[in-house]
Design a protein around this ligand. Structure first.
Ligand code: ADP
Ligand code: MG
Length: 559
């Protein structure tokens, strides 16, 4: 072998070694790169897992957590290390745990066989237990982790906090139910209001003529008693139509600033009689009660309706308690109690230890015509009316009841800023009469027109009557003497009472006005509330009502 050959051989082996080394180095580099890539991607996944607000976790076959991302702290209040130690069973509420296990078993049965079905992820809503004992709703998206043979070896999941979504859904459902209730009330109310309006006209006539007939018969005779019975029945019917109108929220109300305690006190005697001797009535007035602003007759009506219900709920001996108090609610209180509104309220509560109500009844009590009582006992309008009144006055109601334990109904009326005015309603025992003043009565219901004429003539007034606003205007133009007072119906064909009064005022600036109506549309009153300084008489009216209202209007006495 020549040296040259040896050298060549050496060179080639050196070359070979070099290539070998080069390829080895390359391989090492590649492996390093791959490791770096792996580290990079692991880092990326870790960064992702640890920075999303959703919780990412894995569990093994034995339901032990093998990883939980840090956002668990926000969801459940535990650190990941703490959370990993808690068994799955104690992570979820019992109902949710059962559901989770059920789904797991079911999925294993379907997907346990590798390659049978493509992996599909499962979405579940489960309630989790937080460190402080409260619960939180999470939406879980899960998939199986598989080993080399494709068999499930664990589960990977992502949990998202859906408490807000759940709450929004609940609130939406509540709002929808409220809207539906309001719409139902509105339509039933319109119907009831219409019926009550017609009844009121008829009742005016019955009451008025009966009153006059009573004056003409022998006070000791049988006729007198009979007519009194008619009158009593008509008055009861008036109360019912008033109830219907209140329910329909068409009743004309004159809200005044008042002290709820005084109102309740003035009703106590009547309420005691209403509930009977076997039931004990206790009255617990709150101290330094804030004033409220509403029509006192509405308080009377609510109290009466609530006490009648309490009486009916008690079988035999029992107890009814009426309480008042101030109540201030902030946002936090209201979040805890559905239906509560933040603000300052005066509370009126009526409790009884009667039969109470189950959930099914409770859900329906404000429903018009809902009753569990016999036909001759219940109308199902009591609480619907209370609801109507409370809503009209921007308040709200809370009911607490348990079967066989009793019921408490709390009414919250908004506090009126300011002091209660002293109500100085003079108690007039005598019916005031006229002094020959001229009164023009305008009314399209001819029977009521006739009734008003007879009453007013009997009281020493000079009466002019007109069946339409047009005739009334004509009469005013042609009448020679003075006209002191206009008594007009509110709703008439051609022109409403208010327009008529305005037109007449331009001819007679001094003219006093009284409006009569069974209910008023908003023509006379804004939102059902009477304008200041306008005198109003509610149909059906008695002789006494009319006499007092007419006298007050003529004398310009303030209410
Ligand atoms: P009515 O009294 O004419 O039945 P309400 O609207 O006043 O109508 O009441 C509706 C229903 O609510 C009653 O029939 C009764 O079942 C239930 N209810 C109301 N108040 C009470 C109460 N204090 N205790 C038990 N049940 C009550
Ligand atoms: Mg009732």
């Amino acid at each position: 072998m020549s040296l040259a050959m040896v050298l060549r051989g050496l060179q080639s082996s050196l070359d070979h070694e070099k290539t070998l080394r080069q390829s080895l180095e390359h391989e090492i580099d590649e492996r390093k790169n791959a490791e770096q890539d792996l580290r990079d991607s692991e880092m990326q996944y870790r960064l992702l897992a640890e920075n999303v607000s959703d919780v990412i976790w894995t569990i093994d076959k034995a339901q032990r957590f093998t990883y939980i991302s840090p956002s668990i702290q926000k969801l459940r209040g535990y650190t990941p290390e703490e959370a990993m130690l808690i068994p799955l069973e104690n992570t979820l509420t019992p109902v949710s745990y059962e559901k989770a296990v059920f789904v797991m078993v079911e999925e294993l049965a379907i997907e346990g066989d590798p390659g049978v079905l493509p992996d599909r992820s499962q979405v579940l809503e489960l309630e989790h237990i937080r460190k402080d004992g409260s619960t939180v709703w999470g939406e879980l998206t899960t998939s199986f982790i598989r080993d080399e043979d494709g068999l499930p070896s664990g589960i990977i999941g992502i949990t998202r906090d859906i408490t807000d979504r759940k709450r929004a859904i609940k609130e939406k459902a509540l709002l929808e139910a409220q809207l539906q209730q309001a719409q139902k009330m509105e339509s039933v109310g319109r119907l009831a209001g219409g019926v009550a309006h017609d009844y009121n006209n008829a009742l005016s006539v019955i009451i008025g003529f009966t009153e006059m007939a009573i004056d003409d018969v022998d006070p000791d005779g049988l006729q007198h008693d009979n007519l009194n019975e008619v009158l009593n029945a008509a008055r009861r019917a008036t109360d019912i139509t008033r109830q219907l109108l209140a329910f329909a929220r068409k009743q004309l109300i004159t809200p005044r600033v008042l002290d709820l305690n005084e109102n309740v006190e003035s009703m106590l005697k009547m309420l005691r009689r209403l509930i009977g001797e076997d039931i004990d009535l206790s009255w617990l007035p709150g101290t330094s009660l804030w004033p409220v602003k509403l029509d006192s007759s509405q308080i009377d009506q609510m109290l009466a309706n609530l006490c009648i219900n309490a009486r009916d709920a008690i079988d035999g001996v029992g107890k009814v308690t009426i309480e008042t108090g101030n109540a201030d609610f902030d946002e936090a209180n209201c979040a805890d109690h559905s239906g509560f509104v933040p603000g300052a309220f005066v509370q009126l509560a009526v409790s009884d230890n009667g039969c109470g109500m189950d959930k099914e009844i409770l859900d329906n009590i404000f429903e018009p015509f809902f009753t569990t009582k016999d036909v001759d006992k219940g109308t199902g309008l009591g609480l619907a009316t209370v609801y109507g009144i409370v809503k009209q006055n921007n308040g709200f109601i809370n009911v607490y009841s348990e079967p066989d334990k009793g019921t408490t109904i709390k009414i919250y009326l908004p506090r009126h800023e300011g002091n209660a005015a002293v109500i100085q309603d003079k108690i007039t025992t005598e019916i005031p009469t006229g002094h020959g003043e001229t009164v023009l009565v305008v009314e399209d219901d001819l029977q009521i027109l006739k009734l008003a004429r007879q009453i007013l003539e009997g009281l020493d007034y000079t009466v002019l009557t007109a069946g339409t606003p047009g005739k009334a205007l004509e009469l005013v133009k042609t009448h020679a003497g003075k006209i002191h007072l206009l008594v007009t119906d509110v709703i008439m064909p051609e022109m409403n009472g208010r327009e008529l009064a305005q037109q007449m005022k331009s001819l007679y600036p001094e003219l006093k006005r009284v409006f009569m109506s069974g209910y008023t549309a908003n023509v006379i009153a804004h939102h059902g509330v009477l304008d200041k300084g306008v005198r109003f008489i509610q149909k059906p009216f008695s002789r006494r009502d009319l006499a007092i209202t007419v006298r007050k209007a003529l004398d310009d006495l303030s209410e």
